[in-house]
Design a binder for this molecule. Structure first.
Ligand SMILES: C[S@@+](CC[C@H](N)C(=O)[O-])C[C@H]1O[C@@H](n2cnc3c(N)ncnc32)[C@H](O)[C@@H]1O
Length: 148
């Protein structure tokens, strides 16, 4: 298996912003559905497979909290880091596969874990790695956004 674990990396991903990943929008969606997630003034937030990192950077720059993300494409991680340098937002960005990231022993329990445009593009092996990561690292009452 190659470094990209079979994922096609021949073209960099697009530069979209996705408001449904916004931590405040996620909280509002839960409250509107009658679910009250635990409140933290500084929530821990993880985006898996953040692509160019536009959404993650916007959310880190505009929201309270600790923002983490990983994507195995180093060119995209470099772009995301460049955005963070410009905005001054504090982000913990990794160019690691989901499997490598899940093995870290320095990651917190997350209040929010999101994936966008990832689940249906990855192997069953990687889906099971993400399932295990969410089981272990999503805190009690935390929010998971996992669109297919
Ligand atoms: C279809 S793109 C979606 C990017 C971004 N979430 C968006 O919606 O704009 C899927 C992303 O997942 C990343 N990815 C795929 N397999 C991965 C893996 N095993 N570990 C880490 N990232 C992975 C790719 O590099 C790519 O940036």
């Amino acid at each position: 298996m190659d470094w990209a674990e079979g994922y096609f990396t021949g073209l960099d991903y697009t530069f979209g912003y996705y408001r449904e990943l916004n931590p405040a929008m996620l909280r509002i969606a839960c409250l509107a559905a009658g679910v009250v997630p635990p409140y933290s003034e500084s929530p821990t937030y993880l985006e898996l497979g953040f692509g160019q990192g536009v959404s993650l950077n916007v959310h880190a720059a505009a929201s309270e909290g600790e923002f983490w993300g990983t994507d195995l494409n180093p060119g995209q991680v470099a772009h995301a880091s460049g955005l963070a340098d410009v905005s001054g937002a504090e982000l913990s960005l990794f160019d690691e596969s989901f499997e490598e990231f899940a093995r870290r022993n320095d990651i917190p329990l997350f209040d929010v874990i999101v994936l966008h445009g990832v689940w249906s593009w990855i192997s069953e092996h990687n889906q099971s790695i993400i399932t295990e990561l969410v089981r272990k690292r999503l805190g009690p009452g935390g929010i998971l956004l996992l669109p297919a």
